[in-house]
Design a protein around this ligand. Structure first.
Ligand code: UGA
Length: 434
């Protein structure tokens, strides 16, 4: 099938590359000329484990193309994906200017029936707006379908190729058939394609992300209670997670959720609720708690150093909002760095992938180390913000030797309390005895 993907950001590039992998002829369109030039030259523009291999293969097989020309890109395409940014506007609601702008451009250049698919995370009612915008100048029939994506950064290829489910919002049987064919190779193991109306599909995406953010936040609150009551959040997590109604995943307490999705989507759903005069109070709490949680170790650090962090050197392991990504959007590490700098501390950081991105944002306000051990050399404390595997079993002899004080503030609960005690570290973590 010939398909087009408009927008070569994270979602667009994964979608385009993976659909080429299942044998489709894909053209990705983007207005960013330098990005398109790199992609045309076979240089991938995002870091995502496993994507580069599929990308190379499909370029070689001539199934994956890139252009800045919208009309050329959509020529002959049966399905046109809109994978465009929906950044939060000033009031927190999703800004649809890119999605609706492209919809308007598509109308006059559609030459034959096509299914236009909203892949971006968009508020309920967007498919209708997209349809209206295209219809203004359209000369042919078309359908607009909502098909939210559930990719996690770092495991996006796997999530795309083996989805738990595919959600498709459409009431058109013509569009349904085409989407069924397109997704058939990805749902062979019995994982379902769930067809529903557009509005329900749009809301499903916000509900899923907000639910997961709530699940994490609930455990963060339990962790805070554990600290006050002398319980251990790891034990509680196992105790509740083995109940199949609750499930084991997304119950890890820490210094809050970040990234480009959860914070934005929780905020957008809260805004949507406000617009229909619904008091979605649980979401407000989730946002408030997450905000507090991100920097909850800083007061402990201050207390440890007698109330004053000025002149102290703090090593930070992990800058990305989670492992296996270089994405630093809403990364808890950055909030902590800001507070440390404000308190007059010196920060030495190491992250396996995200340092270049941090340099672009805060430049030389902090120091960047070549590896994890370099970062702890002569530091007064180690702070862990991201659970990269390389931090899980470090050479603690080296860490002890390099640190001025054997103290670790762990925002991701990487180590066991016994191990830390045996090694003689003062160890602060989340929801466990300190
Ligand atoms: C999230 C969703 O998981 C995807 O299904 C969705 O498609 C995507 O948003 C999106 O809307 O595009 P992602 O933001 O890549 O994916 O990252 P997650 O793996 O979900 O992690 C989000 C945050 O929650 C991270 O900061 C992570 O550290 C935190 N987290 C996760 C916890 O604090 N505890 C947990 O137990 C799990």
């Amino acid at each position: 099938m010939k398909i087009a993907v408009i927008g070569t950001g994270y979602v667009g590039l994964v979608t385009g590359t993976c659909f080429a992998e299942t044998g489709n002829n894909v053209t990705c369109v983007d207005i960013d000329e330098s990005k398109v030039k790199s992609l045309q030259a076979g240089k991938i523009t995002i870091y995502e484990p496993g994507l580069d291999v599929i990308f190379d293969r499909n370029i070689k097989q001539d199934r994956l193309h890139f252009t800045t020309d919208l009309a050329e890109g959509i020529k002959g395409a049966k399905v046109i994906f809109l994978a465009l940014p929906t950044p939060p506007g000033e009031d927190g609601s999703a800004d649809l200017k890119y999605v609706l702008g492209v919809a308007e451009d598509l109308g006059p250049i559609l030459e034959d029936y096509a299914v236009i698919v909203d892949k971006s995370t968009v508020p309920v009612g967007t498919a209708e707006k997209v349809r209206d915008r295209i219809a203004v100048n359209a000369k042919v029939e078309f359908d607009v379908v909502s098909n939210p994506e559930f990719l996690r950064e770092g495991v996006a290829v796997d999530d795309f190729m083996k989805p738990d489910r595919v959600v498709i919002g459409t009431t058109s049987s013509r569009a349904r058939k085409i989407m069924e064919t397109l997704y058939a190779p990805l749902v062979r193991q019995g994982n379902p394609i769930l067809f529903m109306d557009e509005r329900s599909a749009e809301l499903t995406k916000y509900a899923a992300n907000s639910f997961l953010a709530t699940k994490i936040t609930f455990m963060n609150e339990i962790a805070n209670m554990c600290e006050l009551l002398g319980a251990d959040v790891d034990a509680v997590r196992k105790g509740v997670g083995t109940d199949t109604r609750i499930g084991k995943r997304f119950l890890f307490a820490g210094i809050g959720y970040g990234g480009s999705c959860f914070p934005k989507d929780v905020q957008a759903l809260a805004k949507s609720a406000q617009q229909v005069d619904y008091d979605f109070s649980i979401l407000k709490s989730v946002m408030e708690v997450n905000e507090r949680q991100k920097t909850k170790l800083i007061p402990r650090m201050k207390e440890y150093f007698g109330g004053d962090l000025s002149g102290k050197t703090i090593a930070i392991w992990g800058l990305a909002f989670k492992p296996y990504t270089d994405d630093i959007r809403e990364a808890p590490a950055l909030y902590n760095i800001n507070q440390l700098l404000e308190a007059g501390a010196r920060v030495k950081a190491y992250d396996p992938e995200a340092m270049e991105n941090v340099k672009k944002v805060i430049g030389d306000k902090i120091e960047y180390s070549d590896d994890a051990y370099e970062a702890v050399k002569d530091a007064d404390a180690l702070f862990i913000a991201t659970e990269w595997p390389v931090f899980r079993t470090p050479d603690f002899d080296k860490v002890s030797e390099y640190l001025n004080n054997k103290v670790i503030f762990d925002g991701r609960n990487l180590y066991s309390l016994e191990e830390m005690k045996d090694l003689g570290f003062t160890y602060f973590s989340i929801g466990r005895e300190n």
